[in-house]
Each structure stands twice: as structure tokens, then as C-alpha cells.
Design a protein around this ligand. Structure first.
Ligand code: PHE
Length: 454
């Protein structure tokens, strides 16, 4: 039933671009800067880095090695490795849950990416020139409440994502990533330069981000750091596993993983250094939530000379970041169905696109027609966000680490990680077996259950 052609393998550097593209997204540009400021600046960054190194990096390596060993989609990959290692069949749930999580996340991710597309256009038109904070806020409220307009942008974003996926692993993903990722990094560096030389508030922004304030690192901050480490590295749903299947054998998994983790963190920090000085220059508050990127920042751009151009570039960068994450959200499912059924990529990608697009209606309507429909965590959008980020991804992460740490046969690990000495291998295994699952349970599930009873 599987396709007869050999699986595609990327050029040496493409995996780094692809995994960085997946990792760098709305999580880095929008979320990281404000949670860092909120939870104690440098002290929080240190906790976050510890989570990235102790949990993110080992689990990242675990996902890549399963993908590369099997050169299959996550569902097929877990099935094969479980069979080869004599692991329980129940482990197959990891792949299925990953595909589902990807579809669910993309349904609301696409909406927010669509907001950025609209903002890019409006920035270019000069809509925000000289606008007040209150008007910017009102404009945002009106815009997200405009069902038809947001649906249009959600549709545009989905069509672009599906076109890239449908064009294939080499012609679609590799080619587009080779263009998008250098553009993203280039624009970000330009924006940091702009913040540094043109806002007059650069140090204020840097101080806000890096001021060492240990008292602010509360228990809640620890939970946030841990959860974000997971989301930002795209772990727990098979995206990185799927990309691992396209990684050439001569790449060292551990070294590459380290590079990707560093890039992701550096981009998050640079995004903070670009955004805060601009917001401060506009007299805005470093307030939390969507407001920072869609209210304070556009108003700030509108108040500065040349702001329309810089603002347009900023939202173009956000669109690239979201797009390179979006393709990794749906590639696990697309590679699964093409490999399993032999159906053409174009048909499968379109099918997935339609499902995600339809599901997206739930999120888009959460700000308009169905804004009053609230249950459990809030609107449909709130529930999708909560279910995927707070439950499905961490659960996927625990299962992957338990699977790789406790069940996968040692020869498979040694074959995929030849660069590790026996000592280094034991050290990595300890993190995957014990540290990662225990930390995820303590940081994510204990508070979740406690919160439920509060
Ligand atoms: N890492 C992406 C971000 O920071 C989100 C994402 C999660 C992408 C899971 C793929 C898989 O925005």
C-alpha cells in the first residue's frame, strides 16, 4: 500500500531551516516577549533556558531520531519502531494524536496569521498613521469581529499553506523555506537595527526584557516557562519527527538539534528587542495578550516617521514565521495519508486544507457570531488553544519521551546517534527517561488538575 518511490531527503542545511521555521512562529514573536517581561525578565529567561536545555533539547533529539530511523510519517514511524522494539501497540496513539493536534492548532493559527496579513496591507495603506491608542484598540476589535473579512484572510493563508505542501517536500517545502527563512531573519535584524537607532528607547526595551528580577519568578512563571519551551520548539505532535524523516544520514542529530534550539531562542530574544523599544517609543504599554502586537505596536509604528514601511515589514515577517510553522503543522498528516493510501499529495493536501479551513470557522466566529458561546475554557477558540497547548502537546511530549526512553531498542538509538559516547548516551537517556516526563507532569499536569479543583 505504501508508495514505491524512495522517500525524499533534503539538502544538508534544509532540516535546520525547516525545523527552525517550524519552531519560530507566533510563539516567538508575540508570546515570548510579553511573558518574559511579565515574569521577571532575565530571571525568567534563565528558567526558560533551563527548560529548553533539560526538556526541550532531549525530546527534540528523540523525535528526530524516530523520524530518521524509519523515514516515515509519525504514525507509520511509531508503529514501525514499536514493532521493532517489542513495545506495546498502545504507543501508536502518539502519532494519531499528533496528526489531530496539528489539524486543530492550524485551524486557529491560520486565523491569527490571517490577522497579520490584513495588518500588513493596512500598514502599507497608512491606516495607522497618527492613530491614537484608543482608535487602534477599537480598530482591532472591529476587525476581529468582522467575520467575512477574517474568513477571507484565513482562506488566503490556507490556500498559500496548502499550495506549498501540495508542491512536495523538495519543490514545495525545501524551496519555500530557502526563501522564507533568510527573509524572516533579515527583516528581524533590520527591525532590531531600527529599534536600536531610530526609536530612542532601545535601552528601555532591553532593560524591560533583561532586568534581573528573581522575585517575579513565581510557580506560575515556572509553569509558563515549561509550557512555552514545548510549544515554541513544536514538540509533542510529530512535526519535528516528520522533518526528521527528511534529514540526511550524515547530519548529526544532536548538533543540529542544538543549532535549532539556539536559533529559536535567539529569534525570540531578538523579537523582544525589536518590539519593546518600538512600543515604548509610541507611548504604549507592554500589555499582555493580542493587544501588544495588534494594538500597541501598529499605533507605535503609525506615530513614527517611516513607520508604515517598517510596520509592513514587521507583519510580513510575522506572516513568514506563521507560514513556516503552518506547513509543519499539517505535513505530519499529509505525509501519513499519502504514504498510507498512495493518493497524490495534491489531493491529500487539499483535503486536509479543507478540513482545517472548516474547523477554522469555529475560531473566526468566536470573535463575532459565536462570541457568546462559552463553555469550559471559554469560546471555541479558547478551548482549541487550551486543549492543544495545555493538554495535547505536553501529553504527546511525555509519551514520546517515555517511548524513546523506556521502550525503543538500544541499537536503534546507537544507529541514529553515533556521535554520542556511551557516557553522553546515558546522560541523554536519563533526561529523556526521567527528567522530561517528571518535569512535564509537575509543571503542566499537576497545576492543571489543581486548577480544576480551585
Ligand atoms: N512553534 C510554533 C510557534 O512558536 C508553534 C507550533 C507548535 C508549530 C507545534 C508547530 C507545531 O509559534
Amino acid at each position: 500500500m505504501s508508495t514505491s518511490s524512495a522517500p525524499p531527503v533534503w539538502a544538508r542545511t534544509t532540516f535546520i531551516l525547516a525545523a527552525t521555521g517550524s519552531a519560530v512562529g507566533l510563539g516567538n514573536i508575540w508570546k515570548f516577549p510579553f511573558i518574559t517581561g511579565e515574569y521577571g525578565g532575565a530571571a525568567f529567561v534563565l528558567v526558560y533556558l533551563a527548560c529548553i536545555l533539560a526538556i526541550g533539547l532531549p525530546v527534540f533529539v528523540a523525535e528526530v531520531l524516530i523520524g530518521r530511523h524509519t523515514r516515515k510519517n509519525p504514525i507509520g514511524a511509531i508503529e514501525q519502531v514499536a514493532r521493532e522494539s517489542g513495545a506495546p501497540k498502545a504507543m501508536n496513539v502518539i502519532g494519531l494524536m499528533g496528526v489531530l493536534a496539528g489539524v486543530l492548532i492550524l485551524s486557529f493559527y491560520s486565523m491569527i496569521a490571517g490577522w497579520s496579513l490584513d495588518y500588513m496591507l493596512e500598514m502599507a495603506k497608512g491606516t495607522f498613521d497618527g492613530i491614537s491608542q484608543a482608535d487602534s484598540e477599537a480598530r482591532f476589535g472591529n476587525f476581529i469581529g468582522d467575520f467575512d473579512k477574517v474568513m477571507l484572510w484565513h482562506t488566503v493563508f490556507m490556500v498559500i499553506s496548502v499550495s506549498i505542501i501540495a508542491a512536495g517536500v523538495i519543490k514545495g517545502l525545501e524551496k519555500s523555506l530557502n526563501i522564507m527563512m533568510p527573509m524572516l531573519v533579515g527583516i528581524l535584524l533590520l527591525l532590531v537595527g531600527y529599534s536600536m537607532f531610530s526609536t530612542g528607547h532601545f535601552m528601555e526595551g532591553v532593560n524591560y526584557l533583561f532586568a534581573f528580577n528573581p522575585e517575579a519568578v513565581t510557580r506560575e512563571a515556572l509553569v509558563k516557562a515549561m509550557g512555552h519551551a514545548f510549544f515554541t520548539l513544536s514538540l509533542g505532535m510529530g512535526a519535528i519527527m516528520t522533518y526528521g524523516a527528511y534529514m540526511p544520514n550524515e547530519n548529526s542529530i544532536t548538533k543540529t538539534a542544538f543549532v535549532v534550539v539556539c536559533m529559536d531562542t535567539a529569534i525570540a530574544l531578538l523579537a523582544g528587542m525589536a518590539i519593546f523599544p518600538i512600543v515604548f517609543a509610541g507611548g504604549g504599554e507592554a500589555a499582555a495578550g493580542p493587544g501588544l502586537m495588534f494594538i500597541a505596536l501598529p499605533q507605535a509604528f503609525g506615530s513614527m516617521p517611516g513607520g508604515a514601511v517598517w510596520g509592513t515589514l514587521f507583519f510580513l515577517m510575522v506572516a513568514f514565521a506563521a507560514l513556516s510553522s503552518a506547513i509543519s503543522l499539517v505535513e505530519p498528516g499529509v505525509s501519513w495519508l499519502t504514504q498510507k493510501t498512495g493518493t497524490s499529495r495534491k489531493v491529500v493536501a487539499t483535503g486536509f486544507g479543507v478540513v482545517v479551513w472548516l474547523l477554522g470557522i469555529l475560531s473566526v466566529a468566536s470573535f463575532s457570531h459565536w462570541s457568546d458561546v462559552k463553555f469550559l475554557a471559554g469560546t471555541f477558540f479558547d478551548n482549541l488553544d487550551y486543549l492543544t497547548s495545555n493538554i495535547m502537546l505536553p501529553l504527546g511530549g511525555i509519551l514520546v519521551s517515555i517511548f524513546v526512553g523506556w521502550f525503543v531498542a538500544k541499537p536503534i538509538l546507537e544507529e541514529q546517534l553515533p556521535e554520542l559516547s556511551p557516557k553522553a548516551m546515558s546522560c541523554w537517556l536519563f533526561f529523556v527517561r526521567v527528567v522530561a516526563p517528571v518535569a512535564i507532569v509537575l509543571a503542566v499536569f499537576v497545576p492543571l488538575v489543581m486548577g480544576f479543583f480551585e
